[in-house]
Design a binder for this molecule. Structure first.
Ligand code: PLP
Length: 383
């Protein structure tokens, strides 16, 4: 089985065969009736997954493109924004808003911490803002923020609420309308089980109002162009038609499983991964809580460089896990479990980590991680 590869990263993620097959179908012309029907159904399915009645805009871009679209359509230069950061992607909100000339007030936590609604309320009381940017699942650390109370205090303070759900959409609950989230941005390559290349933004009536009045120049990411084209069942520019076909198929699979079932599966996989890592004697960097169901960030034992572990897993076993970002690169590795994952993906990843860390000199009892992960999974599923 030389060359067999396993992708256990929190994006891109493995893509089911039905989705791969859809991406390989003959290319449709984007102005033809077949594609129009496909696009319309894809947008309807996205609304169900985002739990919104608001417009959904689909871009040919990575998730960061949808970030940039939110900044360009919601902010004029000088507008005050509060950007909450608990890792790499919160910092990205701060950087993009800054690049567009916004007056950015950061509310920054140490990597690995979870943002708190009372801190946001206090920050907004001190410095009111037009827009609040939040990250739902901070993929760099494994923290999944409790969005509902954060969105509530931002709304209470009169701000629009924008949420990065790039790695959370379809994996953990996100009630866009019920929680009053004005804009959700996400990407195709995570829990949506589709190759990279598509990004989306949901836009509330309040967000449309701001979009109409802001002064920032925009073209490719001008939401109004997408709304106008959608009225005619189309897109303003040539979309990645094959990837849209894949996304359509993937959303069909997600809805057939059922969102609640998908959330429960992710929670059980997260629990299994954390329990397995702890049984191996490793320390978690991710919080050990139910919500942390997207990616498990794990610290390597002292003297074991995480970069060496990640490379050895790939070179010796064909297994790709993610390393740590920035300063954490030598200390941390991350096992993703979003999208098309089951318990045997988790046990495979844990077994390989155990093997390689053992080779690197760590004192690890063989077999306990897999046993404990299977047990924890069974307990969570039965509960
Ligand atoms: N936000 C989060 C939480 C992410 O995990 C990522 C990608 O890993 C992004 C934003 C950026 O998305 P992209 O790399 O598709 O531009």
């Amino acid at each position: 089985m030389a060359g067999k590869r396993y992708l256990f990263t929190p994006g891109p993620t493995p893509v089911p065969p039905e989705v791969l097959a859809a991406t390989a179908a003959p290319v449709l012309h984007h102005r033809g009736p077949d594609f129009k029907a496909l696009l319309a159904e894809t947008l309807e399915r996205l609304k169900l997954v985002c739990r919104t009645g608001n417009d959904v805009i689909l871009f040919t871009a990575s998730g960061t493109g949808a970030f940039e679209s939110a900044v360009a359509n919601l902010l004029s230069p000088g507008d005050r924004v509060l950007a909450v950061s608990q890792g790499e992607f919160g910092e990205r909100w701060q950087k993009i808003a800054g690049a567009y000339g916004a007056d950015v007030v950061p509310l920054s936590y140490a990597w690995g911490e979870s943002p708190r609604a009372e801190d946001l309320a206090a920050a907004l009381a001190q410095t009111p803002a037009d827009v609040v940017f939040l990250v739902h699942s901070e993929t760099s650390t494994g923290v999944v923020a409790d969005i509902q109370p954060l969105a509530a205090v931002a709304k209470e303070a009169g701000a629009l609420v924008v949420v990065d759900a790039v790695s959370s959409l379809g994996a953990v609950p996100l009630e866009t309308d019920a929680w009053g989230v004005d804009v959700v941005v996400s990407g195709s390559q995570k829990a949506l089980m589709t190759p990279p290349g598509l990004a989306l933004a949901t836009v509330s009536p309040g967000a449309w109002e701001r979009c109409e009045t802001v002064q920032t120049p925009r073209f490719y990411f001008d939401w109004r162009r997408y709304r106008k084209a959608a009225g005619a069942g189309s897109t303003p520019f040539t979309p990645a038609v094959a990837t849209v076909a894949g996304l359509h198929a993937a959303l069909g699979l997600i809805l057939a499983e059922g969102l609640e079932q998908a959330f429960a599966r992710h929670a059980a996989l997260g629990r299994a991964c954390r329990e397995g890592a702890k049984a191996m004697g490793l320390e978690l960097f991710s919080p050990d809580e139910e919500r942390s169901a997207v990616v498990t960030a794990i610290l390597t034992p002292e003297d074991a460089d995480a970069r060496e572990l990640v490379l050895a897993l790939r070179d010796r076993h064909g297994i790709t896990v993610a390393g740590g970002h920035g300063d954490m690169a030598s200390k941390l590795f991350r096992i993703g479990h979003i999208g098309w994952f089951d318990i045997f993906d988790i046990t495979t990843a844990l077994a390989a980590v155990e093997l390689v860390l053992g080779d690197m000199g760590a004192q690890i009892e063989r077999g306990v991680a897999v046993t404990r992960a299977l047990e924890a999974y069974a307990q969570t599923v039965a509960a």
